[in-house]
Design a protein around this ligand. Structure first.
Ligand code: ADP
Ligand code: MG
Length: 450
């Protein structure tokens, strides 16, 4: 296996294990630049990416590399000597990124944040997503005037991002002058936080006012973020009054988003709400076939049927399983038969349960409440930290059954009685407070989904 093929195979597997947004962010413009007996050197575009790959993804990268090639004992990361731009412009580049472009997830437009791979043409429609697709199509023909906002919700991996981005791409195509922007909600939130910190909120809002079509993905992440919700509410109103199109997605209906300010909820409900449910068997087969064709390969019907029977609830996983077979076919230059396919997909289809750890829990909570992990772990008594910290303690106890002394120590060297008090407090409050309960559910889901 040459280094490029090896890296392709690694990327194909990593893609299955992390979110699309993370994949695009951290694995763009990476490649193997050196391979000797035991060591693989991976080139990364900048120091930020280097740090992330080293700290967050090294384990998985190594594991996959090692599983593909047992000789690999060590992985190093190096910042590419030539900047990205130069590589792109060079007529012939040594370690070209053309190979990487097989991962269309990595092609994101800098202006709009849109990825051109998501279109209506390659969005398969079935009874489970007919309505949201039709609404999205209507919006992209007449933005700002049919359904505003358009709110699409549904479970993980069922095509929300695809559909939202398709709207963006279609509008860009039809209305060259309209300014479209796709923003993952978490990016929106961190933008607001930063602008508040820099006393720059007005500027932040102005930037949004200049956009004609605002697409915000995964707004369930607004849960519990009061300040962000407040600013979002104002931005929403300004856009709405100017007939700018707003498109939103969420993994649940507006009603089910915990601690969402009532006025924002009613805004979300004020246009068209459409949900994506689960794809039926025929559609799952159609999706597999279409994706295979897109990649220029084809498999036997029994293989399609096997995958479609085993994976029913998540189109991303459906696609992921297929990608495994495609990678295998490309590496071995041979179409896998059903037996080989079953073996290849074994790991994938059994789907080992996700494991939580204290670190993961703390990370998830810090992320959820926009705090630094350190703030949670030290002894600050700031109001906005105290409660998330109590929730963290509670979850350490609930999910991991950690001992109270351990929990106390973990959070600023507190006494075990403090830990008991925090856990009890959250426990009793959950009983009374439906919103808190859902908030914690949401956090739990995030912990367990990695
Ligand atoms: P979500 O945002 O709901 O978690 P995504 O939009 O990221 O899901 O979809 C996951 C993957 O499945 C993407 O690669 C997407 O292109 C693909 N996909 C989802 N729905 C469809 C569909 N109806 N037709 C074709 N591909 C789809
Ligand atoms: Mg999504």
């Amino acid at each position: 296996m040459n280094p490029e093929e090896l890296w392709q195979a690694v990327l194909a597997q990593i893609q299955l294990n992390i979110s699309q947004a993370n994949f695009a962010t951290w694995f763009k413009d990476t490649r193997i630049i050196n391979r000797d007996e035991e060591k693989v050197v991976i080139s990364v575009p900048n120091s930020f990416a280097k740090e992330w790959l080293e700290n967050k993804y090294n384990k998985i990268i190594f594991k996959i590399l090692h599983s593909l090639d047992e000789g690999v004992k060590e992985v190093n990361y190096e910042i590419g000597k030539t900047g990205l731009k130069i590589i792109r412009e060079a007529p012939v580049s040594f370690f070209s990124i053309t190979e990487q472009l097989e991962f269309p997830e990595l092609k994101v437009d800098r202006e709009t944040n849109l990825n051109s791979r998501y279109t209506f043409e390659n969005f398969i429609v079935g009874p489970f997503n007919e309505l949201p697709q039709a609404a999205a199509w209507a919006v992209s023909k007449n933005p700002g005037f049919v359904y505003n906002p358009l709110f699409i919700y549904g479970g993980v991996g069922l095509g929300k991002t695809h559909l939202l981005q398709a709207v963006g791409n279609e509008i860009t195509k039809n209305f060259a002058k309209k300014k479209v922007k796709y923003i993952p909600c978490e990016k929106f939130t961190s933008g607001i936080i930063t602008s508040i910190r820099n006393h720059d909120v007005e500027n932040f809002k102005l930037k949004y006012q200049a956009i004609d079509v605002v697409v915000i993905d995964d707004v369930q992440f607004l849960a519990g973020k009061e300040k962000t919700q407040e600013e979002f509410f104002h931005i929403f109103n300004t856009l709405y009054e100017k007939n700018k199109q707003i498109v939103l997605s969420s993994d649940r209906s507006p009603k089910a988003i915990p601690s969402l300010a009532e006025r924002l909820r009613s805004r979300f409900e004020g246009g068209m709400i459409a949900d994506i449910s689960l794809p039926d068997y025929e559609t799952r087969i159609a999706i597999l076939k279409a994706k295979a064709q897109e990649k220029g390969v084809s498999f036997s019907d029994e293989i399609y049927s096997y995958i479609a029977t085993k994976i029913q609830k998540n189109i991303r996983e459906l696609e992921g399983a297929l990608n495994q077979l495609v990678a295998c076919q490309k590496l071995k230059n041979q179409v896998p038969d059903l037996e080989t396919a079953k073996k290849l997909l074994e790991k994938f289809i059994i789907n080992p349960p996700k494991i939580a750890s204290p670190k993961k829990i703390i990370q998830a909570i810090a992320e959820f409440y926009d705090l630094k992990e350190k703030e949670l772990e030290d002894s600050s008594r700031k109001k906005e930290v105290v409660r998330p910290r109590q929730i963290a303690m509670y979850l350490l106890r609930e999910i991991l059954k950690c001992s109270y002394p351990f929990i106390g120590k973990k959070f600023g060297g507190r006494d075990h009685t403090t830990a008991i008090h925090s856990c009890e407090k959250i426990k009793t409050e959950i009983e009374k407070n439906e919103n808190l309960k859902e908030e914690i559910n949401l956090i739990q889901q995030r912990i367990l989904s990695g």
